[in-house]
Design a protein around this ligand. Structure first.
Ligand code: HPA
Length: 237
């Protein structure tokens, strides 16, 4: 495979049709080392680790996206457009905007709402809402049911800014746009999938709550999100 600007696959390397995408390279490494067999690392560029392996005998890849829409925008575009990837399933963390969500609850994103200009700049797309692939979401929902893991089907806020001077702004976003939680990547991922005729979905685990200020540690975040990982890994083909 010819290397792209940000992904370098070695000679024998393959990126599978379905890629799981955590934000954190250490989470990609954890998933590969804990759940995959016959695994090899295909990408090291910028420490954005990427792995291909098998899960219960079926093939899947895992690669980190980094944080934020510019970062996932680059990696997902290259995977879809240059490496023949068909499905990207983001597996990330989010902050809850409501006490209806508890730490470690799993969200299946139906749509991403964003104030970001990513989609407008990328292709002139004018709406502030982009849906996940219904085909992938149906599969993920069925898998979750089979595994007896509850998922909340919710709209998510994809934010460009983590540290806002007005820390209460989220209340308005919850009320006006119906977003139950916040992360920083789905809007760009869903947009890239749409413009390139591919599929994207996003599972999130609640890592903090903006109302109660409860939060998980980074070690917990890396290792304790097993429910979400087990759902996503069943997408291996
Ligand atoms: N804000 C943005 N992204 C996040 C958060 C948050 O509070 N928690 C996890 N990802």
């Amino acid at each position: 495979m010819i290397p792209t600007a940000h992904i370098e696959v070695n000679k024998q390397g393959i990126i599978e049709k379905t890629v799981l995408m955590p934000g954190d390279p250490l989470r990609a490494q954890f998933i590969a080392e804990t759940f995959l067999e016959n695994v090899y690392k295909f990408n090291n560029v910028r420490n954005i680790y990427g792995y291909t392996g098998t899960y219960k005998g079926r093939k899947i890849s895992v690669m980190a996206s980094g944080m934020g829409m510019p970062s996932i925008g680059i990696y997902s575009y290259e995977l879809y457009n240059f490496y023949n990837v068909e499905n990207i399933i983001r597996i990330g963390s989010c902050g809850a905007y409501t006490t209806d969500l508890n730490l470690y609850d799993v969200i299946l994103c139906t749509e991403a709402w964003s104030e970001s200009t990513y989609a407008k700049v990328q292709s002139g797309y004018d709406s502030d809402i982009i849906a996940a692939s219904p085909i992938l979401n149906n599969k993920l929902e069925k898998i979750a049911k089979n595994l007896d893991i509850k998922v909340h089907k919710n709209r998510v806020h994809s934010a460009d800014v983590f540290y806002r001077e007005n820390a209460d702004e989220y209340k308005q976003i919850y009320k006006e746009h119906g977003c139950t939680s916040v992360e920083m990547e789905s809007f760009a991922l869903f947009h890239n999938a749409n413009v390139l005729n591919k599929k994207a979905a996003c599972l999130l685990t609640v890592s903090d709550n903006l109302i109660t200020h409860e939060l998980t540690t980074s070690v917990e975040r890396q290792e304790a999100f097993t429910n979400m990982m087990k759902i996503a890994l069943e997408m291996a083909e």
